[in-house]
Write a protein that binds this ligand. Sequence first.
Ligand code: AMP
Ligand code: MG
Length: 489
Amino acid sequence: MATLETLPFDNRYIHLPEDFYARVPPRPLPRPRLVAVNPDAAALLGLGPEQLARPEFAEYFSGARPLPGADPIAAVYAGHQFGNWVPQLGDGRALLLGEVVGPDGRRWDLHLKGAGQTPFSRRGDGRAVLRSVIREYLCSEAMHGLGVPTTRALCIIGGDEPVVRERVEPGAMMVRLAPSHVRFGTFQVFAARKRVDHLRLLADHVIAHHYPELAGTADAHPALLAAIARRTGNLVADWQANGFVHGVLNSDNMSALGLTIDYGPFAFIDHYRHDYVRNHTDHTGFYAYNRQPQIGRFNVYLLATAMLPLMTPEAAQAGLDAYQPAFDAAHAARLRAKLGLATAQPDDAELAGGLFELMDQGGADFSAFFRALAGYDGAGPVPAACTTLLEPGAHGLAAAWFARYGERLRREKANPAERRRAMDRVNPLYVLRTHLLQAAIDAAEAGDHAEIGRLHDLSRDPFTERPGMAAYAAPPARDQAMPLLSCSS
Ligand code: AMP
Ligand code: MG
């Protein structure tokens, strides 16, 4: 097991040319203290509970004390934000502390968010607020619990520094882990600068360290593009199947490894609408739920354009074309599983489409409605657990859809009990609902961190019912006030 002083760092990103990053020391928050720490993520680094309990932990992971072996850098990237090209972005408030080799040989980038200004901060203060790091900490672990590829969260560090956003709020930092933080925008920045040499180095770096199966093959660069396209298609299918709206799918927030990254004004959908948005600054619904699949493709198109100097136009087109079939196949498979269908039949897409229409018309809570489907026996009336989630105007549509669903279920061979068990393993009971998260934030801002632990614990196994936790499975009331979420975090 490692100690805080003996974490086995082996920083590979710094071997890339200096145009890839700026060396920046973290600027600690005054009087750093531990708000939350995740033993599951710590174990990936080989840190046991005794290390997490040490007072130095908050000092090392806030930058107050240099972490032996770390070599902090801010990475450069660019990106399309809400469709507009921004040639100069980069880690404006996060630092790559270094790369740690875990006890199982897996490697983890340690990324400290809220670490102060960097050359890429533009007009920002380099800080993050407690509210936003709690959201990212809990949601990345919730996504992991759902089986969705994501960055992980190690800890939240609080401190005595107020930060000005739409109001004055407590500042905080968090450490997140990922095998790599390379984004589509990392390719874009070197393409825009016409640095084909750097583009090639970046592609080779990503292949060597993250897609080793492609190393040494002919056409490795087109194969990399296609592999990223497929992972992205799978990832967006996971989001759609979980009713997850990312909120800010700019190309700088798209991971080259197909991970969910940069949690901002995200939401798990409560009262479903096809064009659900939670980000109140996204007035046009640019990143609405039903646009995520096409935005995923648009981002892969941007990546293909950036990688074009490394391949023929035909190869770039083929890479882009790998996205849609990957999304379609994964999306169809996930929806079949959520509906309890073990076999694939030609009318399944239409059945699923009808369900989304019903949820839209009835404003059904996404997760609760899917969870309640397992209670349908295939013949009787619409289960009460489903009806109560629909506005009365949709009850007629519900009767028609469930009749069709029942007909389809009768074509399945699996016995009903088996089907229900399988459905309960893919339709979560506990999701990180906006109002639950907000309650944890409100308590934390008042100094009570217990709710963070409770939500984290539920997200470790969101599929299994636990006694006394019914309130955590319940959708918000239709008229419940929701916090306004924006990109400003
Ligand atoms: P995000 O929307 O968090 O993905 O951030 C988009 C870009 O703005 C990234 O390059 C961030 O590093 C940068 N950024 C966001 N917030 C801040 C901040 N408070 N200070 C400096 N840079 C920031
Ligand atoms: Mg970002």
